[in-house]
Design a protein around this ligand. Sequence first.
Ligand code: PLP
Length: 408
Amino acid sequence: MARVNDDFLNLQSGYLFPEVARRIRIWQERNEGVSVMKLSIGNTTEAITPSIAEAMHKKIDLLTDRNTYTGYGDEQGDTALRNALASHYENEYGVMLSPSDFFISDGAKSDAANIQSIFSRSSIPAIQDPAYPVYVDSNVAGGHTGCYSTENDCYNGIVYMPSDASNGFVATPPEVHADLVYLCFPNNPTGAAATKEELRAFVDYAHRENAIIIFDSAYSDYIETKGIPHSIYEIDGAEEVAIEIGSFSKNAGFTGIRLGWTIVPEALKSENSEKGIIHKLWNRRQCTFFNGASNIAQQGGIAALSPQGRKECRSLVEYYKENARIIREGLSTSGLNIYGGIDSPYIWAECPDRMTSWDFFDFLLEKAHVAVTPGSGFGKAGEGYVRISSYGHREDIEKAVSSIKENL
Ligand code: PLP
């Protein structure tokens, strides 16, 4: 008899966003005609920029002519896009990588979820708490963890790295051994950014423990503070111990278009693999399970990395960052303890009066008609906080902030 994968049965139900949606729905049924202002989702809202749109239009035109039509491309991605990404890292971050280190994908989420599959089942993951839920769930589904402990409110077999006000929401390397260390900076959900020294501590840990860092840089274009690294490879020696995952979603508005990349340097090695093997394994994995990113999206990606595209993307990011400033400053004046929102589109707000994350969620929905995301949904260290997203039209953000201020 066929059996389903027990590791998938080990996944706890995806509670956070369905529960947010359920509570909004119930509230709306009770309050007909009143709309809810949603600062709960990390989804882009502004139009893609002109030069990116033009490049994708051009590619569609080429596809409509049999003489210029192209079908499947390289699983690893268009050479021009891999070259453009390598130049981007060199020009903007001073990081030298080979174009062949870049694997183009349909976005950071799938790569962040799939990367664990090329590592041994016995690999111990270390994950920040709170964290983007994909890191935990993919390790559970990949069989790298034990069962969920309802008593401790966490999975056995994961080394949790708490990020809280005491460490400025930047976790420190664990005191125990881990094999796969997931880091995300600027962080979703806390909005914290890590300094060079803080990242260096993780690179040193990885060298010491023969661990691999999986660094999610999806929000790197939101960094404005001088000296904050945009890439883990700005830290010496990182190319031997780190994989980096990037995305066009949040800086170029590709959340629906879908395009990202993963860097697996040739220099990377592990306990049972010499240099080059992990790179080859990821190549093998991609060639077997993935048929390449959309060729239209890839043309958009190349345009996004051109000087004009970078200029346009910067102003797109600036738009959301201005939203973040409005939220941050607006809510700080109403007495909330506010974190993040400077090098990040996310504001991490402490719930007042010792409310739980869900209590404050309900309070804001009821009184201010604003939806946020309960911090506890990102891990137990997120309890007592909510995440406020700056993705939204300016007028909606301003209305939501005024409403929260009036009702706190
Ligand atoms: N990584 C982080 C930390 C995110 O917050 C998100 C989306 O919200 C992603 C990755 C997903 O990126 P993509 O749209 O490229 O799949």
